[in-house]
Design a protein around this ligand. Structure first.
Ligand code: MV4
Length: 460
């Protein structure tokens, strides 16, 4: 195992990784921007290095500064967390070139899967079901339009270099196709410097189901079950749960098995997530693979008893997987709610400020992953995730009641500071959510229906 590891991230995930390292006897180096000097992980870690100013571009995205901090402190490995450089194959390669172990899949695998069109082709070869659409990228509007006409509308145009919902355009009728195609390529060129796109059939009411996999790069791999992540607003997840509800055991098993087969087929190593869309008939379709630990990983930890960050670290240090599929036993239901410092009544506008009071919930089967503290100042520079509340229960109904109880206990108060908790309460209250039969249209439906008392409404 490593003796010293650098955490190339901030916020709750940096603290999560530091705690895993402490448990495994690994010394930690926190890197931070000037804005994060007094952060929880900087205090928690054994050492810290300031790598630049508040703007991420110059700090958490500054590969050269991070590698230099590792050299200075003698760290042997780098954990990238999620976001920032976590899925950047160039960063993984720079780490390797400097004798650092990057905690994640090999750079070639990350590059292949990061190209969402290539991932589609690779997963088709592995026998995974895809949505109808193109497997090659589409160089001309004529070619793209022919695919759309063939598969039928609505279709979605996706950017090969995108993913996670960035760079997607839904097209409802042939008359709108040419303009949507041109627009998507223009945005792709500007945002990703890569204007390749592909086309898929669009499912407006599917469930977003993902599978946690863990592979050791020596041919060993397990899946740790499913999570439903259909509750999203502008591709920011608000609530996640596992296992995915209201699907048959046979469907869940088939999705999980397909995910693991796909990951193993490309020589995946580390923790990864394979995303699917599941339609009303419980048919599932591969969408993309995420090459990182995800925000919602605690859901899987609670139902599997496996510490995913520990396992990432073991696998990265070259230890073969320590669990077999038979030993993975999923029990009960876990739910995660993301507490963002945003105002749901103002189109989820971030509301940075000082937390005069910050008192997280406690109690049975209740986990809170946060970097928040009383007096902490939420700045304007980074994403607004402040805390994740995760609860477990043997049955889904009790997990939902337990989550409502936990959210009631959460006291976050500060001048001008709002959180997503009131909106999340409306999700938990929704009849279809309660039944587990919700889909990706749930958040838009709630926003259209307008506010329950205390929430304002309707943004079109
Ligand atoms: C889709 C889709 C429907 N049809 N692709 C969103 C995140 C990214 N990984 C893929 N996503 C989607 N891709 C096809 N062909 C639905 C989503 C989607 C979604 C769309 C609108 C509103 C909320 C959503 C939540 C999850 C997934």
């Amino acid at each position: 195992m490593f003796e010293k590891l650098l955490i190339a991230n901030r916020g709750e995930i940096a603290l999560r990784v530091a705690r895993a390292c402490r448990e495994l006897g690994i010394r930690t180096v926190a890197v931070h921007s000037t804005a994060d000097r007094d952060s929880a992980v900087v205090r928690y870690a054994d050492e810290s290095v300031c790598i630049g100013p508040a703007a991420s571009r110059h700090s958490y995205l500054n590969a050269a500064a991070i590698v230099e901090a590792a050299r200075q402190t003698g760290a042997e490995a780098v954990h990238p967390g999620y976001g920032f450089l976590s899925e950047d194959p160039d960063f993984a390669e720079i780490c390797a070139d400097n004798g650092l172990t990057f905690v994640g899949p090999r750079p070639e695998v990350m590059a292949a899967l990061g190209d969402k069109s290539r991932a589609r082709a690779l997963m088709r070869e592995a026998g995974l079901p895809l949505l109808p659409g193109s497997v090659e990228t589409l160089a001309t509007v004529g070619e793209a339009r022919a695919v759309a006409d063939e598969i039928g509308y609505p279709v979605i145009i996706k950017v090969a270099a995108g993913g996670g919902g960035r760079g997607m355009t839904v097209v409802w009728s042939p008359a709108d196709f040419a303009r949507a195609y041109a627009h998507t390529r223009t945005v792709a060129r500007a945002v990703f410097s890569d204007d390749r796109v592909y086309v898929e059939r669009y499912l407006p009411q599917a469930r977003h189901v993902e599978v946690q996999v863990l592979c050791d790069g020596h041919g060993g791999g397990v899946h740790l079950g499913t999570r439903d992540c259909s509750v999203q607003r502008r591709h920011q997840k608000l609530v996640e749960e596992g296992p995915a509800p209201a699907l048959s055991a046979a469907t869940l098993e088939a999705i999980a098995a397909a995910a693991l087969r796909g990951a193993l087929s490309v020589g995946y190593s580390g923790a990864g997530t394979v995303e699917f869309l599941v339609d009303e008939a419980e048919r599932f379709h591969f969408m993309e693979i995420n090459c990182r630990i995800q925000v919602e990983h605690p859901v899987t930890e609670m139902i599997s008893g496996v510490d995913l960050v520990h396992e990432q670290l073991y696998v990265a240090s070259g230890v073969p997987l320590r669990i077999s599929q038979d030993e993975v036993q999923l029990r009960g239901v876990a739910i995660e709610c993301r507490v963002n410092v945003e105002d749901p009544d103002r189109d989820f506008l971030p509301t940075p400020g000082r937390l005069d009071r910050f008192q997280p919930p406690g109690g049975p089967f209740t986990r809170v992953d946060t970097h928040g503290l009383p007096g902490y100042v939420v700045g304007p520079h980074y994403d607004s995730l402040l805390a994740k509340v995760i609860v477990w229960a043997p049955e889904r109904a009790l997990a939902l009641d337990r989550m409502e109880r936990a959210l009631d206990e959460f006291d976050i108060t500060g001048a001008g500071v709002h959180t997503t908790i009131p909106f999340i309460r409306r999700v938990l209250d929704d009849a279809r959510f309660r039944k587990g039969s919700y889909s990706t249209d749930l958040v838009d439906r709630l926003l259209r229906d307008g506010g329950a008392p205390g929430t304002s409404a309707v943004h079109t």
